[in-house]
Design a protein around this ligand. Structure first.
Ligand code: CP
Ligand code: NVA
Length: 329
């Protein structure tokens, strides 16, 4: 799983619905003082998942380790000082060796080509745990969160029922956005992106996002602007992320200046005309400049449920790609 583009609309839908089903079943069992259901328990028994992280992580690390443990496997965390991930050893050698001893590699890298190279030479499934270009596990959790907030009551068992919803992304065009936008196009969700001039979606990425609409009856529309108010007009969900992603620290000062006026606030939502029931999402970690405390900790915020859903997204992805070997059932 390198990016959401790897998935058909049906596969993506199933991963999201499976995440929700596992959440409900495991929580019900634990709440009743019982063991997690057998579909989860033991599915990865005797298997090791290598977690190769060259960048910091709270949610991706904890959710993946917890998910592997929940499925009965052994998560092996390998930080950037633990192994020779592209340092002192080629990615080819690393991939061949680690995949010969484990059942899956979950990798967080800088350049997307690093995780793609690992996948190209691996004999086991590789899951992208965030690269400079994509963050598919986040997108699965985000759609689970949107589905819970907007449609889970009326959706049929095999569809998310989100067509026509509008997401407004206000902030940097980054890895989290690229997979989120791809999923929006695939799921018929319109997405409007407001970024300052010079920080919009690169053309190559736009082609990736729009290609997600191929063969979809009602693909989501992608709109772009440099005016935050235009993006939030009639939006159901307002989303942002940090203005300074990992690896961009040297540009921090310049970025903070360029993004002035792009903070998500209640005033921006009102001025721009977001829908009255709008919700706020953020993949976290959050910094105060991109969203006000009032929104982030307020009643419209879904952020902590969204973070928890990372666990269920990880369970679903491991089940789909490792237990079921890429057959998303
Ligand atoms: N959202 C997310 O991926 O968070 P971490 O960087 O803490 O894993
Ligand atoms: N865009 C952020 C996401 C972190 C989860 C980054 O790449 O640092």
């Amino acid at each position: 799983l390198m990016s959401i583009s790897d998935l058909t609309a049906a596969e993506f839908t199933k991963l999201v619905l499976n995440a929700s089903a596992h959440k409900a079943a495991v929580k019900a069992a634990l709440g009743a003082g019982e063991a997690p259901p057998l579909t989860v328990q033991g599915a990865l028994a005797g298997r090791t998942v290598a977690m190769m992280f060259s960048k910091r992580s709270t949610r991706t690390r904890v959710s993946t380790e917890a998910a592997v443990a929940m499925l009965g496997g052994h998560p092996m965390f390998l930080g950037k000082d633990d192994i020779q991930l592209g340092v002192n050893e080629s990615l080819y050698d690393t991939s061949v060796v680690i995949s010969s001893m484990t059942s899956c590699m979950v990798a967080r890298v800088g350049p997307h080509s690093d995780v793609a190279n690992l996948a190209a030479h691996s004999s086991v499934p590789v899951i992208n745990a965030l690269s400079d270009d994509f963050h598919p596990l986040q997108t699965i959790a985000d759609f689970q969160t949107i589905h819970e907030a907007f449609t889970s009551a009326r959706a049929g068992a095999s569809s998310l029922g989100l067509e026509g919803l509008k997401v407004a992304w206000v902030g940097d065009s980054n890895n989290v956005l690229f997979d989120l936008a791809t999923a929006c196009v695939k799921m018929g969700v319109d997405i409007s992106v407001a970024s300052p001039t010079g920080y919009g979606i690169p053309d190559v990425m736009k082609r990736v996002i729009l290609a997600a609409g191929t063969g979809i009856t009602r693909p989501g529309k992608l709109m772009e602007t440099t005016v935050p108010e235009e993006a939030v007009k009639d939006a159901d969900v307002l989303v942002t992320d940090t203005w300074v992603s990992m690896g961009q620290e040297a540009e921090a000062q310049k970025r903070l200046q360029s993004f002035a006026g792009f903070q998500i606030t209640n005033e921006l939502a009102a001025r721009g005309g977001a829908k009255p029931g709008w919700k706020f999402m953020h993949c976290l970690p959050r910094h105060a400049e991109e969203v006000s405390d009032e929104v982030f900790y307020g009643p419209k915020s879904l952020v902590f449920g969204e973070a928890e859903n990372r666990l269920w997204a990880a369970v679903s992805a491991l089940e789909g790609f490792v237990v079921n070997k890429g057959k998303i059932l």
